[in-house]
Write a protein that binds this ligand. Structure first.
Ligand SMILES: Nc1ncnc2c1ncn2[C@@H]1O[C@H](COP(=O)(O)OP(=O)(O)OP(=O)(O)O)[C@@H](O)[C@H]1O
Ligand SMILES: [Mg+2]
Length: 457
């Protein structure tokens, strides 16, 4: 590089706007540091690559850079949302211009300002009617799951408080939204507040409102109870609410009146409360995270959403649902997941429940190139290295920490080994037995034993 180029380069990476330049074929030739921060990408992952290889766009929208290349016209102040190669959504405001030399198109450049963070903050603080979901969009045929839907539908007819119990990612928010949406309160606000996300001192004011001058800097402001008037207030992670606030909440629910901090006047409120808890309420009470009296008051209707590992028969339908969802979102055409991957999905424990499944599908679809089928190879590394996804099988001695006896370990190893061998031969017993150097009868005997549960998997 000559001196001038060094200076240009220095300037390029020091300025506070994103710069992205592609050549006339859509290949990136300049990509500055700010742009890489905005998009969460490494510079070397974008440089010299074609845009479509690196980013995906919502269906029926496309890259402004490519549009400029096509139309040879600048586009200014356009808001654009798209996904980086980790599936994170990015929102920018762009100015894009064609680059011409002697009348010939040699590329396009984009100057971008990041608004992802600003939009997020604004969204988080605008309390709007957020209940977009209804029961029809809840996927699942498992008996236990359908029972919860039934109970929830019955609960739409009343104003009773509801406690939704379920591990993270089981769909508590979806249930709360569906209940609101199908109740007489549907046209009124649905407001969510996470009790763990905000410091206690602020939370009280947020929930009940403040009177001007109640404390230094306090302004006259209605709380969420007043804002949700006639609608539903979802209090997420109620077990994180400080006990003294739990007592205040109990009083509000019983008296149907609130008092803004610093005020002397009570105000009547008509709000349906739905609370969620992601642990066993009995544990929460025993360990002093939840007041017993509040629990009784909240759990007039209690809904327990089963974890995904207890309703694995729903996995195939959920998989198709999410493939469809992201096909539309990404403008892709994925058909299904590979049968081997489905087998692993059915074995896996899903600690993050439906959310984890959704993220896996979304992540995998970001890594698919031309293929129409998602395979194990499209999963992120941290998952691929975990059983049952890891192919290490017998050699995986990591399990020793689980204090297995040798006998247990050998049993499990045998099951995993036989399953894998059978898979390789498409389930053909004779061929598998031959490869394993055993008789057909012996293999059949062992498989029957596994089926009967003598060798528990
Ligand atoms: N039965 C389902 N059908 C379709 N999508 C589902 C279902 N259950 C959960 N999801 C999806 O999984 C994700 C997590 O759901 P949700 O936010 O309702 O879980 P949650 O129980 O509130 O989790 P957390 O305790 O972490 O807040 C969402 O993207 C949701 O759309
Ligand atoms: Mg939630």
């Amino acid at each position: 590089m000559n001196e001038k180029e060094v200076i240009y380069e220095k300037v390029l990476h020091s300025i506070d706007v994103g710069v992205h330049v592609v050549d006339s074929t859509g290949k990136t030739i300049i990509y500055n540091k700010k742009m890489s921060e905005i998009e969460g990408m490494k510079i070397e992952d974008v440089l010299e690559k074609r845009l479509q290889e690196v980013f995906s766009f919502h269906h029926n929208s496309e890259s402004t850079l490519l549009k400029v290349l096509q139309n040879r016209e600048g586009i200014t102040n356009v808001r654009q949302s798209y996904f980086n190669n980790k599936g994170q959504e990015i929102t920018t405001i762009n100015n894009s211009y064609p680059l011409l030399k002697d009348g010939l198109l040699i590329g396009a450049m984009e100057i971008a300002r990041d608004v992802t963070k600003i939009e997020k903050i604004l969204q988080d603080h605008i309390y709007k009617n957020e209940a977009k979901v209804s029961f029809a969009s809840l996927i699942g045929d498992d008996k236990g799951f359908l029972d919860v839907i039934e109970s929830s539908k019955r609960a739409t007819r009343t104003n009773s408080t509801i406690l939704i119990i379920g591990e993270t990612g089981t769909g508590k928010e979806l249930f709360a939204q569906s209940i609101h949406h199908n109740s007489r309160r549907a046209s009124r606000p649905f407001i969510t507040q996470n009790c763990a996300a905000i410091p206690e001192t602020l939370l009280e004011g947020i929930l009940f409102g403040t009177k001007k001058g109640a404390f230094t800097g306090a302004v006259e402001r209605p709380g969420l109870f007043e804002q949700a008037e006639g609608g539903t207030l979802l209090l997420d992670e109620i077990n994180s609410l400080e006990l003294s606030l739990q007592a205040k909440l109990l009083r509000v629910i019983q008296e149907k009146k609130i008092r803004r901090i610093g005020d002397t006047k009570d105000r009547p409120v008509d709000v349906r409360i739905i609370a969620t808890i992601n642990e066993d309420p009995i544990d929460a009470i025993t360990n002093g995270r939840m007041r017993k009296d509040l629990f009784y008051r909240l759990s007039v209707v209690s809904l327990f959403i089963p974890p995904l590992r207890d309703r694995k028969s729903d996995i195939p339908e959920l998989v198709s649902f999410f493939i469809n969802k992201y096909n539309q979102l990404f403008g892709m055409d994925i058909e299904r997941i590979d049968p081997l991957l489905m087998e692993y999905f059915l074995e896996y424990d899903w600690p993050g429940n439906v959310r984890e499944l959704e993220h896996l599908i979304e992540g995998a679809m970001n890594l698919v190139h031309e293929e129409r089928v998602i395979t194990v190879s499209h999963l992120p590394n941290h998952i691929r290295n975990k059983p049952p996804f890891s192919q290490k099988g017998i050699a995986d001695l990591g399990n020793i920490e689980e204090h297995k006896t040798l006998e247990q370990f050998l049993k499990e190893a045998e099951i995993s080994f036989l399953k894998r061998a059978l898979r390789q031969h498409d389930g053909n017993i004779s061929k598998t037995a031959k490869t394993l150097g055993m008789s057909r009868q012996n293999l059949q005997y062992r498989l029957r034993k596994i089926k009967r549960g003598n060798l528990k998997s």
